[in-house]
Design a protein around this ligand. Structure first.
Ligand SMILES: Nc1ncnc2c1ncn2[C@@H]1O[C@H](COP(=O)(O)OP(=O)(O)O)[C@@H](O)[C@H]1O
Ligand SMILES: CC(=O)N[C@@H](CCC(=O)OP(=O)(O)O)C(=O)O
Length: 256
């Protein structure tokens, strides 16, 4: 059976209608014969909860600097608030979700990415037993981007990088759904196709930056591993979800 990893992030967690439409789409894809894994971020929820706890948060090149004192709040926001909200909505839509984080079932191996970012992790694929077992049972794994390293330290992983690693783990297709309709050029127009050379050019020009730079780099890494294009599109627009359901081209195709 074909497997697709779908990643959602951005303001989705604050958009009830968006969540409902997403799971209706996932239900349609499942009925169309796809095995699905949902990987999620929730930067908006992280920011709300850090600020409610009196923390100020900063990003560096699209990655959140995560001091050790903040990781309990970040883990609570992503593996708790965001994950359970998505599990609840998936169950309501008639799917059989299982809420997980990257820390479960030895799916990945994690380590600190760079001491200067604090408790931020980088991950590589390890053992696919857990998600494969759940998929065979017809369930929908919903995975947050919280990992644990070999010392038992909780780590905050960018959710696009988390999705790439789960895609690599399963040899699955990958679709990254964001707030924006895809990668945009200097005039704000959608770039339908992007390869490494074009990506390097747009990054050097400063057209692709911040969270989108992290996303495109994660998409390129995944595309090369699976030797297939990776889609960057949006959960926001019903017509993009409909196209995804119909197997039509949508958003930006990142080419290996
Ligand atoms: N060339 C670009 N095309 C589209 N978005 C871009 C581009 N460069 C930077 N961005 C920014 O990247 C954001 C998407 O990245 P991010 O916020 O990390 O998404 P998500 O939270 O969905 O993972 C956009 O909302 C936009 O502000
Ligand atoms: C290290 C790092 O940047 N972690 C991200 C994890 C969540 C995420 O990636 O959320 P989106 O997909 O909504 O952007 C963060 O703390 O915001």
């Amino acid at each position: 059976m074909k497997t697709m990893v779908i990643k959602v992030g951005g303001a989705l967690l604050a958009c009830e209608q968006g969540i409902e439409r997403l799971f209706d789409t996932l239900l349609g894809l499942k009925q169309g014969g796809w095995q699905l894994v949902l990987v999620h971020g929730g930067g908006v929820v992280v920011e709300q909860q850090l600020s409610a706890n009196g923390f100020v948060s900063e990003k560096l090149d699209g990655l959140r600097i995560t001091p050790a004192a903040q990781i309990p709040v970040v883990a609570g926001a992503l593996a708790g608030t965001a994950n359970t909200a998505l599990v609840a909505a998936a169950a309501k839509a008639g799917l059989v979700p299982v809420g997980l984080s990257l820390a479960d079932g030895e799916m990945v191996k994690a380590q600190v990415l760079n001491e200067s970012l604090g408790c931020v992790g980088e991950v590589v694929a390890k053992d696919a037993t857990l998600p494969k077992t759940l998929l065979q049972a017809g369930m929908l794994p919903i995975i947050s981007s919280i990992a644990v390293d070999e010392c038992g330290q909780l780590l905050n992983v960018n959710a696009d990088q988390a999705a790439t690693v789960i895609c690599q783990l399963l040899g699955a297709e990958l679709t990254l759904l964001s707030d924006v309709s895809g990668v945009l050029d200097g005039k704000g127009e959608l770039i339908p196709q992007l390869d490494q050379a074009e990506c390097d050019k747009q990054v050097a020009l400063g057209v692709i930056e911040g969270g989108m730079k992290v996303k495109v780099e994660a998409a390129l890494a995944a595309a090369k591993t699976i030797n297939n294009s990776v889609r960057i599109a949006s959960w926001r627009y019903p017509e993009q979800l409909a196209a995804l359901l119909d197997g039509q081209p949508v958003g930006t195709a990142v080419q290996p």
